[in-house]
Design a protein around this ligand. Structure first.
Ligand code: AMP
Ligand code: TRP
Length: 361
């Protein structure tokens, strides 16, 4: 347990991410940069969830490499391993064990109703229709696109996520909007367990950073910038080289008119100003004034340089780190040790409460 200067235990923050490719400017400005500012006041655990990654088709060599790229990007973005515990989910015993106990206390209907499950099933070619008269949902094959079946892991995904959180008795969980429903399920499962077996789990709260900016797609500024966007020009990645940054910002959708003002009916310009402000630290009115009488071209070229410059140290640090697998492995080993220590205590308590007999020493 980590304590603050007055000897009080620090609140525990836990969040996890799937090991998927490159992080976006949205991840950086909306999440990771803010996380790095809370490391001193909290006991922090950051998990790379490879067990979750295999709920959808994945290739072993790619998955393995992605874990290293993910941890290298986190550290490059400012998650200092001296101040937080970064671990790989499959290195810590207890995630799947607790998930199993929780699975046995989760009605199937609650999982079938999860929005993300329905979305992912739809992507696999299934249409999920509700209101079939009972708790079950109906899965209709949508022709040739449909695969043989939806695996049970995809359905149980949110239970594993609940286990990730409850295994550490996390107080706060930073998550994006799309994960709110999963966090709500986690809270329900924790409350139900506490009620059935006596007080065991901390009920986690969502953590919304105060300063997190919401970065929108460069191609459609009414939608969030996302790594799964099919349009190449829509998303800036933190590892993009300056040339790519210039091209993407150059082709970013702006609005009719020519005034550089952060107003809601100019979502394209508003987005560019938000990025400018987040990276430069300057308030938006000051930036508007700076661009008074100037055109979108000038905004875009200045912004491209600011982005390229701000990401340059991240890119440089990443390049060094990704060469140094031994160092990355040592960070993950330390992280797994610390996580395991905490996880083991909580899992043992759960096993006892459920009635599993203790093994003789
Ligand atoms: P995801 O990439 O959706 O798994 O999100 C990981 C974290 O990054 C979450 O905390 C999200 O809220 C944050 N995030 C993702 N995209 C954006 C964005 N476009 N703007 C701000 N925050 C974002
Ligand atoms: N489901 C989350 C996502 O896709 C990742 C995740 C897994 C997670 N376990 C978690 C997030 C625990 C927060 C806490 O983004």
């Amino acid at each position: 347990m980590e304590k603050d200067n007055s000897g009080k235990p620090k609140p525990v923050i836990l969040t996890c991410a799937q090991p998927t490719g490159s992080l976006t400017l949205g991840n950086y400005l909306g999440a990771i940069r803010n996380w790095s500012e809370m490391l001193d006041e909290h006991e922090c655990y950051f998990g790379i969830v490879d067990l979750h990654a295999i709920t959808t088709p994945s290739q072993p060599a790619v998955l393995r490499q992605n874990v290293f790229e993910c941890i290298a990007q986190y550290i490059a973005c400012g998650l200092d391993p001296q101040k937080c515990h970064q671990f790989v989910q499959s290195h810590v015993m207890g995630h799947t064990e607790l998930a199993w106990v929780l699975t046995c206390n989760t009605p199937i209907g609650e999982l079938q109703r999860m929005t993300q499950f329905k979305d992912k099933a739809a992507k696999l070619g299934f249409k999920v229709s509700e209101n079939t008269g009972n708790d079950d949902l109906k899965f209709e094959h949508q022709g040739a696109r449909a695969q043989a079946s939806i695996n049970a892991g995809l359905l149980c995904y949110p239970v594993l996520m609940a286990a990730d959180i409850l295994l550490y008795n996390a107080d706060l969980v930073p998550v994006g909007e799309d994960q709110r429903q999963h966090l709500e399920l986690c809270r329900d499962l924790a409350q139900r367990f506490n009620h059935q077996y006596s007080e065991t789990f901390t009920i986690p709260e969502p953590y919304v950073p105060k300063t997190g900016a919401r970065i929108m797609s460069l191609a459609d500024p009414t939608r969030k910038m996302s790594k799964s966007d099919e349009n190449e020009r829509a998303t800036l990645y933190i590892l993009d080289e300056p040339d790519r940054i210039r091209k993407k910002i150059g082709s970013a959708v702006t609005d009719s008119g020519s005034e550089i003002k952060a107003v809601s009916d100019k979502p394209g310009v508003l987005n560019l100003l938000t990025i400018y402000s987040s990276l430069s630290g300057k308030p938006i009115p000051e930036i508007e004034e700076h661009f008074l009488g100037k055109g979108y071209g000038e905004l875009k070229s200045e912004l491209s340089e600011i982005i390229a410059e701000s990401l340059e140290p991240v890119r440089a640090k990443y390049k060094d780190l990704i060469q140094d697998k031994a160092y990355l492995k040592s960070v993950l080993a330390e992280g797994a040790d610390a996580a395991q220590k905490r996880a083991y205590k909580i899992l043992s308590k759960v096993y006892r409460k459920v009635g599993f007999p203790e093994r003789a020493k």
